[in-house]
Design a protein around this ligand. Sequence first.
Ligand code: G1P
Length: 266
Amino acid sequence: MKAIIPAAGLGTRFLPATKAVPKEMLLVGDRPAIQYVVEEGLASDADGVVIVNSRNKKAIEDHFAPDPDLVKLLRERGKDKYADAVEHVGNLPVEFVYQDEALGLGHAVLCAEDASAGEAFYVLLGDVLVPNNKMLPAMQKVSNNHGGASVIAVMPVSDEEVSRFGIIAGTEVEPGVWKVDKLVEKPVLDEAPTNLAVFGRYLLTPRVMELLEDVKPGVGGEIQLTDALEAVLAEEELYALVIDPADGFDTGTIESWHATNKALLD
Ligand code: G1P
């Protein structure tokens, strides 16, 4: 089972900072944002991480490549703490696939189809960080309790925010767990069935990957992962785990990126 991390986006909201440096490589707390996400994937029961990259974001690959010369130099200079950090990140089992055109989140996930090898898979969006690594195991538990169904993390958001997210409708079947019967990508407030927003952590069955092959461009002209989830509802159950906002940190806007840095450094 793999953890898929889409990372081919343009980082538009962070321009010009992201003109030469991928957004995923911006420092959050003490490491690049994507390193938290990779470490979260590897702390779960996934046996590897697949980053869906674009060809011109080489810095992400350099970050996860071994650099024995740098490690040696640091050790010679007695800087073992830094040598250990460089060695650690170079040893993480990360593989790369490429999304050659920015056709949407669903398309990015589909680019990892071969790597997912017909198994269930996680999708971890880099806009949100979960440094305590507890969310994926909690989602796996919900899936196990419901016959291996897909599970997505959702978070209550304010009325002003619903149009930024995928929003679910359904029934609460046990405290904090909903059986989903509908998903709407970025609805206007009037059309939002709840205030429960898809948060950026997904545990999905292989059927969702198959359905992605047939998803047509939706909201924003993009191939949406949300539309594949809506399609899977006709065939399989889908659950949503309501997460504690304190467990996840949003880095999707400049303001929330600063707030996350402050929270993680405190
Ligand atoms: C994506 C998903 C959306 C989800 C959001 C969470 O949107 O399409 O359903 O709520 O991530 O961050 P994006 O932020 O890529 O526009």
